[in-house]
Design a protein around this ligand. Structure first.
Ligand code: NAI
Ligand code: 15L
Length: 269
């Protein structure tokens, strides 16, 4: 049984891909799950509340956060885009979220960071949380900002955060790259549960991946979180190889961990 470590837990980005995956699962982690996104996405079910907010709107974010004890922050731009929306949702938005958390005494945040914070490391590199960021996109830069901002709010105000550098969380790995970066939905929930329940979280960076045989990331700096993945991309390997061409090793998309993000854009303002 999952420990209900928090009375009211806020899930932002609840209408998105992972938000929909986690909506049912996170009810096991709290008495009341507060769901938020910027668009109307339906009505609240049992043990749910809905509070819509654009992350760029400080007042709306303040109301969204009031009364919660912990936050799983998925909301924001989730791919490389024009800088304007990234600035509003991922930079101003994450600032508004932490300010509201400070004002309302929220103690713990799970921040959906991304592997694109370090996407310009090579697929032949193994990195851990002590390696400096090498963002592969403006999107990756915005997630690095969120990681730094959350560190400041920990050092200055004691708000604990797990920056989960999610790899590729989809039902199945879609290509050869995702055999290394894949995070199953059940492992995603296991990881978030570990972040919400570990006694001392501090400010932590953890790579969000399943127990894949090929990996670029070493979670030795995050042992205190107690995350033990139970799934692996390996069961999909033969099928992925059969339906995808052999990689061109001169292509930056296969040289770097960030894959297609290293050549995406620019998309302007
Ligand atoms: P998604 O794009 O499906 O969902 C993001 C949600 O954020 C959407 O429902 C959108 O309406 C909301 N949103 C965007 N701008 C907003 C704003 N200004 N105010 C309020 N809400 C806003 O993305 P997905 O795949 O569900 O990812 C969730 C989080 O996890 C994102 O932060 C993404 O960057 C991160 N992530 C996801 C990965 C994956 O494999 N799915 C990998 C790495 C990171
Ligand atoms: C991400 O950060 C994106 O949000 C997701 O859509 C995938 O592209 C993922 O990274 C990935 O690297 O596969």
């Amino acid at each position: 049984m999952t420990l209900k470590a928090h009375q009211t837990l806020l899930l932002t980005g609840a209408a998105g891909g992972l938000g929909q995956v986690l909506r049912g699962r996170l009810k096991a982690n709290c008495e009341v799950l507060r769901l938020s996104d910027r668009f109307d996405f339906g009505v609240a079910g049992a043990h749910e509340e809905i509070k819509l907010a654009d992350l760029a709107d400080a007042q709306a974010v303040n109301a969204m956060v009031q009364g919660v004890q912990a936050i799983v922050h998925l909301g924001g731009v989730s791919v490389e885009s024009a800088f304007g929306p990234i600035l509003q949702a991922n930079i101003l938005g994450v600032y508004n979220l932490y300010e509201a958390a400070r004002l309302h005494g929220v103690k713990r945040v799970v921040f959906a960071s991304s592997n694109h914070v370090t996407g310009f490391y090579r697929q032949s590199d193994t990195i851990d949380a002590s390696h400096p960021p090498r963002p592969d996109s403006l999107y990756g830069v915005s997630k690095a900002f969120g990681e730094d901002l959350s560190r400041f709010y920990y050092d200055r105000y004691g708000i604990e955060t797990a920056c989960v550098r999610i790899g590729s969380s989809f039902a199945e790995p879609k290509d050869r790259r995702m055999l290394a970066s894949w995070l199953s939905f059940d492992d995603l929930h296991r990881l978030i549960t570990a972040c919400l329940t570990t006694p001392v979280l501090g400010h932590s960076i953890v790579f969000g991946m399943s127990d894949n045989a090929v990996t670029w990331w070493d979670n030795r700096c995050a042992r205190h979180i107690g995350y033990v993945p139970q799934d692996s991309s390996d069961v999909f390997r033969d099928a992925v190889y059969a339906r995808t061409p052999a990689p061109d090793l001169n292509d930056p998309v296969v040289q770097f961990q960030g894959g297609g993000f290293v050549v995406a854009g620019p998309f302007g303002m």
